[in-house]
Design a protein around this ligand. Structure first.
Ligand SMILES: N[C@@H](CCC(=O)N[C@@H](CS)C(=O)NCC(=O)O)C(=O)O
Length: 254
């Protein structure tokens, strides 16, 4: 068996995305938790702090979408980007990366300092800390400094900050429903691909990790059917959250 390692923290949507690729392909792997505070040192062999890093038998790559193509090259079974649909998939993947995944970071950029927002970010710090313990002052300060991270600030230029967070999330969900269309998978494809696997873990994360009371996407009938179809290919906890803080399963929401 190849030795596969996925470096990253569970609060990164991109890390969850690459994790879902590996689960879908049924490739056993080691998740190597990285603390965002010490990423420079822990990832020094890879010369940068960006996660996910995927390492296979001593070779490594960054960029989650490239991981899908690399995994297909090495392990063609259960393709993430089938050759006959490659152009279509890579086109929709631009929306996944630049709109859907970006929208997850919008909350970190918001000026709003509601108690609800603070609780959310304290919970996110606890999720990171379960794998890589963070000092108490860092956990307490998480709601204040996460949004200041340079890579999150850099996302501003991909977002229309005039659009409210709520409108943005509603719009992106509407676009997701349109991309699923008649289904059964995104783009009307008959098998799950990197597109479905990039998104479903993000919809499950907040519920499984105790950030949200309800799995809100299940209230949209088209999304519910699709989430269940995709999740059938994933383990009960597909979001790389430590079992200590993974308080629910998708089945609890059904
Ligand atoms: N385009 C990259 C984005 C990855 C990314 O933005 N990772 C963030 C965590 S969510 C990160 O590592 N930020 C810290 C840094 O870039 O130094 C991908 O798809 O893998």
């Amino acid at each position: 068996m190849p030795e596969i390692k996925l470096y990253g923290y569970a609060t990164s949507p991109f890390v969850r995305k690459t994790g879902a690729f590996l689960y879908y392909k049924k490739l056993p792997f080691t998740h190597v938790p990285v603390s965002p505070l010490t990423a420079k040192e822990s990832l020094s062999a890879f010369g940068g702090t960006q996660v996910p890093v995927l390492e296979i038998d001593g070779e490594w790559k960054r960029e989650s979408s490239d991981h899908a193509l690399w995994l297909d090259e090495l392990f063609p079974e259960r393709p993430l980007c089938p050759a006959e649909h490659r152009d279509q998939i890579l086109e929709i993947d631009k929306w996944v990366s630049n709109s859907f995944l970006m929208s997850i970071f919008r909350g970190a950029l918001d000026e709003d300092d509601s108690l609800q927002r603070r609780f959310r970010f304290w919970r996110l710090a606890a999720i990171v800390s379960a794998h890589t313990p963070l000092p108490e002052e860092v956990r307490n300060g998480w709601p204040d400094f996460v949004g200041k991270a340079p890579f999150i600030q850099a996302m501003r230029k991909h977002m229309n900050m005039e659009e409210s967070t709520r409108d943005m999330l509603m719009r992106v969900m509407g676009e997701l429903v349109a991309h699923i269309g008649e289904g059964p998978y995104i783009g009307g494809l008959s098998q799950p691909t990197m597109l479905d696997l990039a998104i479903v873990p993000q919809l499950l994360f907040g519920y499984i990790a105790g950030l949200e009371e309800n799995l809100s996407a299940l209230q949209v009938p088209q999304l519910k059917e699709w989430i269940i179809r995709v999740a059938e290919h994933l383990p009960e906890n597909p979001v790389l959250v430590h079992d200590m803080v993974a308080i629910r399963r998708l089945s609890d929401a059904l």
